[in-house]
Write a protein that binds this ligand. Structure first.
Ligand code: HEC
Length: 219
């Protein structure tokens, strides 16, 4: 009896197995569809033609003047739109630990050109292999540069400097800028407005440094 059972099971398995092979034909149809809503999306796929819009494009640009959640600059703001980003700022404040992190990021991403001393004499420039002089943040020209303009340079790049938008998220960009501003404030720049400046990091009762997330949830 057991033998018959296993023969039956085996032949059933074989039949299903053979049925699922499609003797060499390349199938272009999904066969039976049990849940058409799941097989065929009702939403328009990106890049497909869309009859609902005049230009028939499914992928839309953000509505002009709007700011995406979690972003600070309107998406339509373009490189070169200097008046708009000069007046742009942030309410973020940073602890000493975060400013240190800003310095670490600066040394990783910016120091190669702008120099770890922020004097524009990074190894890439001083080696003579990079033709364009990076901003010397200790120079009068940059000491009072609006933070929004700096932010735009990091986000969009400027002339020979590329964009760092994909390497640094919004908060990290501000942390780097805060670090630059902190250094500038000690070299004749504006008073430091990003937080504790030279004061020690805020500590809780256990004496641990203030956690990053608690500093400012606003982006
Ligand atoms: C590959 C070299 C290079 C790197 C890396 C680089 N920069 Fe620059 N940066 C430049 C050059 C060159 C300029 C001068 C651009 C100009 O005015 O033509 C500049 C200019 C700037 C300015 C002034 C913008 C303005 O409006 O005049 C800021 C602010 C700045 N950089 C910040 C940064 C920060 C922050 C980083 C790191 C995230 C960084 N840069 C990384 C080369 C670099």
């Amino acid at each position: 009896m057991n033998k018959i059972k296993s023969i039956l099971v085996a032949s059933l398995g074989l039949t299903i197995g053979l049925m699922s092979c499609d003797s060499g034909n390349i199938r272009r149809t999904p066969g039976h569809i049990y849940a058409p809503d799941m097989t065929y999306s009702r939403a328009y796929d990106a890049y497909t033609s869309n009859p609902n819009f005049e230009d028939s494009m499914t992928s839309r640009l953000p509505v002009s003047g709007t700011i995406a959640r979690g972003h600070q600059l309107p998406d339509h703001l373009k490189e070169g739109d200097t008046t708009a980003y000069k007046s742009f700022s942030t309410s973020m404040k940073f602890s000493a630990a975060e400013l240190k992190e800003g310095g670490r990021l600066f040394n990783i991403y910016c120091g190669i050109c702008h120099g770890q001393n922020l004097d524009g004499q990074g190894p890439l420039y001083s080696s003579g292999k990079f033709a364009s002089m990076p901003a010397n943040f200790k120079d009068a020209k940059y000491l009072h540069m609006p933070v929004g303009q700096m932010y735009a340079a990091v986000k969009y790049g400027k002339n020979m400097m590329g964009s760092y938008a994909s390497q640094l998220d919004a908060k990290q960009r501000w942390m780097v800028i805060a670090y630059i501003k902190q250094t500038q404030s000690k070299n004749g720049g504006d008073a430091f407005a990003f937080g504790e400046a030279d004061a020690p990091a805020k500590t809780d009762t256990a004496g641990a440094a203030k956690p990053l997330a608690a500093v400012d949830s606003k982006k």
